[in-house]
Ligand binder design. Structure first.
Ligand SMILES: C[S@@+](CC[C@H](N)C(=O)[O-])C[C@H]1O[C@@H](n2cnc3c(N)ncnc32)[C@H](O)[C@@H]1O
Length: 301
């Protein structure tokens, strides 16, 4: 599906929605990087705390030369914590390639002996995994991106990924945990307003790609933890009643009508273990930060 058809399909629903992958143009990726640096946004801090622990164990976990393959790498900040002398290849795969390429330049300078091969993919569609013979391939899916799938599509994603990478490979996956609503609400409503800017940037992207003329000031961001659904829901809310067109299709947004633009499902250790095994993965190891806010799973296909 194209951006236009995804927009038409999502905005035609009773509860309007737009897939979150469309947030990530260059500016969107920059805003996301800012979010990860905010004090309130614990997932990055906690995942890094865990990765520092894990980095000491990597040489014992995997023998021989390694290829690191990272899905949705973003600013490739976390992988740096894990690189050791056995890593021969690093492949960041992301929908926002221009952003990733900027970070790759710095990484190449720091690690001239590692072959770094960024590639643009959309992991919600079928994609090819690069094959580096004679190295042990280790996959990464960090930043709790597994929580961003709508309608339980993470089930299909994990099944397809296992099939395409084949048996006996390893995947590190960052999983954010259910916790006190106040902590979650704060994390997705940072004081400096980067989460709001990140969400509202979607309006700018729609205007640019669809040549529409939405006024960004006619929307505001509203994000909170929905205890019943066990997920963060981020909405763009229309301040006014407005008519608009995508292609030839006419739409109407009522005053205060919401468009769901971001979702972040939260798990328990038990519920994620169950999800992994129901999609054919076996859980090898689980790490948590000291406060048990966040977890990192090592899965085997
Ligand atoms: C939540 S951010 C996590 C970024 C980074 N891994 C981290 O831990 O901070 C999601 C990342 O996945 C990328 N992304 C989102 N949807 C994607 C898709 N469908 N296909 C490929 N990359 C995607 C975004 O560009 C972004 O870099």
């Amino acid at each position: 599906m194209s951006f236009k058809s995804d927009l038409i399909s999502g905005l035609s629903k009773k509860n309007k929605t737009i897939p979150s992958k469309y947030h990530y143009d260059l500016q969107g990726s920059k805003y996301f990087e800012k979010i990860t640096k905010q004090k309130e946004y614990y997932p990055t801090q906690k995942e890094k705390e865990i990765l520092i622990k894990v980095s000491k164990q990597i040489p014992k976990l995997f023998e021989g030369e390694l290829s690191f393959i990272e899905l949705g790498s973003g600013a490739i900040d976390k992988i740096k914590l894990l690189i050791n002398k056995n890593v021969k290849y690093y492949v960041p795969l992301d929908i926002s390639l221009d952003f990733v390429k900027k970070s790759v330049i710095k990484l190449k300078k720091k690690y001239p002996n590692i072959k770094i091969k960024p590639k643009k993919i959309d992991y919600s569609k079928p994609f090819k995994i690069p094959n580096f013979k004679k190295t042990t391939k280790v996959y990464f899916f960090l930043g709790s991106s597994i929580g961003n799938f709508h309608n339980r599509e993470e089930i299909l994603f994990l099944k397809k990924l296992r099939k395409s990478i084949g048996k006996n490979h390893y995947l590190f996956i960052g999983v954010d945990l259910i916790k006190n609503k106040k902590i979650l609400d704060k994390a997705y409503n940072d004081k400096k307003g980067y989460t709001a800017k990140f969400s509202l940037n979607l309006i700018t992207i729609i205007n640019r790609i669809q040549k529409s003329k939405f006024n960004i000031n006619n929307f505001y961001y509203n994000g909170f933890y929905n205890i019943k659904k066990k997920c963060i829901q981020g909405f763009l809310v229309s301040k006014i009643s407005q008519n608009f067109k995508i292609g030839n299709k006419k739409f109407r947004l009522k005053q205060n009508e919401k468009i769901l633009v971001e979702i972040s499902n939260k798990f328990t250790i038990k519920s994620f273990k169950k999800l992994a095994s129901s999609t054919g993965w076996s859980t090898q190891r689980i790490w948590q930060d000291n406060q048990k806010y966040y977890s990192l799973f090592l899965l085997k296909s």
